[in-house]
Design a protein around this ligand. Structure first.
Ligand code: VG1
Ligand code: CO
Length: 547
């Protein structure tokens, strides 16, 4: 095998965001763009031009446009580094939780995930690349920062001069000294799920006529959902819809929320609707759960799973603790409080849960952005969450709605919404945040839009396990009644900036639990608008998306 040293020059901006490096497909298709990033990664992992002797790399993606090309490139570059083994998902496909499961079960040294997750795909859509470390979780900031630094100094990259490998059938190949195994993309992950949940109880639930509609959004979650939910659990054919992965996700936005999965919401509305609705995103790590005519907020979902975890085989011994990202509602904190277990608050992004999970300090974790997971892998896991809900419905005999209402009854309702202002010019979004940050010190005690602010800060996190500090993780403004507004800029977008405004208000009064969410939060929305001068800075009178 001939190894080529290809001359290259750095690309600006190869900086991983909340979850890997995401750019427009056109950016990734530029000659050397992907190669540069992979070289920078391998240089950081193995030393400049260093070899990965004895190491195993997992490789797969969500099957979006450009996935197959990128797989072949990375195989050549892994061979050039002398990896002992590369495990590739059949067809180049592995969901994000599946990569995590494969890394852990097969003791790989890490994995590369090709995905822009919930971002749209296709030739004009987005592409992404992310590295997960040996625990199966996203690389910590220390590594991604180093890769970014290295990407700025490259002069060349190493690549093997080999033809494309056949990746569509499982089996073994060799590239130089590297053994390449094309593996079944769902096996390891499915085996893990079987250990955690009571499949017999769920099977009996479906046998009693329980109806689910699972919308896989034409993404990577479809095949495993079909195999497990229809195949193993006996749900009728047609339960899992939009199940064939497409390179462009059918032209839709594979982001399971009530706005993008409006078709699913419509199906769950009205007489004759199924008992439960579910959806997962582009790389199948997010989940949305609905009851009949009832949308479950992701923050509530995490809290319900925590409260009932002991009813599920995998968590029968209880939870060591729970964790949520800072903007996620405090519903799970309240549950943890009554359970007497610790609750950690981390910055946005799954990478911050890794140390807590590894150290055995938390068992469940979640984010407001439709992500929930546990210590079974080191990623959020869409199918896992949906099976968890099915298991709970099966063993409690309660509907999805009743389970959430039980949470509200016991702990009050954390009325919650996220408002996204998309496509803002980066400079204007930065100006908004800078102005807000500049005022932080003086906000305590001020009254804005008729509401008194108790305190405000820019969230800073010290990892309780390794002591690493992450600053400027979002501006928090908390009122005297503990209602709060959080402002931060998205780290996953590829066009301009997206301002996320997170709104939360605790409502103890059951008589007010059915007020429409936006109505209940209207005073906070006014406060957010005035405080951050959103319209002035963005020119937008209303958010692009409210979830
Ligand atoms: C968003 C979400 C965050 C999530 C991240 C990756 O990040 O807010 O909670 O971890 O996406 O999810 P940001 O920086 O845009 O707010 V996924 O399913 O796109 O990998
Ligand atoms: Co995702």
């Amino acid at each position: 095998m001939n190894i080529l040293t290809q001359v290259t020059t750095p690309f600006a901006g190869q900086k991983p965001g909340t979850s890997g490096l995401r750019k427009k497909v056109g950016v990734f298709r530029q000659p050397h763009y992907l190669e540069n990033f992979v070289q920078a990664l391998f240089d950081e992992l193995h030393g400049p031009d260093g070899r990965a002797d004895g190491q195993t790399l997992v490789l797969g993606g969500d099957g979006r446009f450009h996935n197959r090309v990128a797989i072949q490139t990375i195989l050549r570059m892994a061979a050039a580094r002398g990896y002992a083994r590369v495990l590739v998902g059949q067809g180049g496909i592995l969901s994000t939780p599946a990569v995590s499961a494969v890394i852990r079960r097969r003791q790989a040294s890490g994995g590369i995930i090709l995905s822009a997750s919930h971002n749209p795909g296709g030739p004009d859509g987005d592409f992404g690349i992310k590295y997960n470390v040996a625990n199966g979780g996203p690389a910590p900031e220390k590594l991604t920062d180093a890769v970014y630094r290295r990407s700025g100094e490259l002069t060349h990259y190493l690549i093997a001069d080999t033809p494309d490998l056949a990746i569509d059938r499982t089996g073994r190949h060799t590239l130089g000294t590297t053994q390449v195994d094309i593996i079944d993309p769902v096996e390891d992950h499915a085996a893990l799920l079987r250990e955690l949940f009571d499949f017999d109880a769920i099977r009996a639930l479906f046998a009693r006529g329980f109806r689910l509609r699972y919308d896989a959004m034409w993404a990577v979650g479809g095949p495993s959902a079909k195999a497990i939910i229809e195949g193993e659990l006996g749900a009728p054919p047609g339960t899992v819809v939009n199940a064939e992965p497409k390179e462009d996700f059918g032209g839709l936005h594979p982001d399971p929320n009530p706005v993008n999965a409006d078709d699913l919401v419509a199906h769950l509305t009205g007489a004759g609707a199924p008992d439960m609705g579910a959806a997962s995103d582009g790389d199948a790590d997010r989940n949305m759960v609905l009851g009949r005519g009832f949308i479950v907020s992701p923050s509530d979902s995490l809290a319900v799973l925590a409260a009932h975890a002991h009813r599920v085989p995998g968590y029968r011994r209880g939870l060591a603790g729970v964790a949520r990202s800072m903007p996620t509602s405090t519903a799970v904190d309240r549950v943890a409080g009554t359970m007497g277990i610790p609750c950690f608050e981390t910055p946005t992004g799954w990478k911050f849960f890794g140390n807590l999970l590894d150290a055995g300090r938390v068992t469940l974790c979640g984010e407001e952005s439709y992500g929930t997971g546990s210590d079974h892998v080191r990623e959020k896991d869409g199918l896992w969450a949906i099976l968890f809900w099915l298991n709970l419905v099966a063993v409690t005999g309660q509907s999805v709605e009743a389970l959430v209402r039980g949470l509200w009854r016991d702990h009050g309702r954390c009325v919650y919404s996220r408002h996204d202002y998309e496509g803002i010019a980066t400079a204007r979004a930065d100006a908004l945040m800078a102005e807000l940050r500049g005022r932080l010190d003086r906000l305590a005690g001020q009254t804005v839009a008729g509401q008194r602010i108790a305190w405000a800060d820019d969230f800073s996190y010290t990892d309780p396990v390794d002591g690493s500090v992450s600053q400027r993780q979002g501006v928090r403004v908390v009122l005297e009644d503990s209602s709060r507004v959080v402002f931060r800029l998205s780290g996953t977008g590829t066009e301009g900036a997206t301002l996320r405004v997170y709104l939360e208000r605790h409502e103890p009064d059951a008589a007010r639990h059915d007020l429409p969410v936006q109505q209940a939060l209207a005073p906070l929305v006014r406060l957010a608008g005035e405080l951050a001068r959103i319209e002035h800075h963005t020119g937008m009178q209303a958010p692009s998306v409210m979830t």
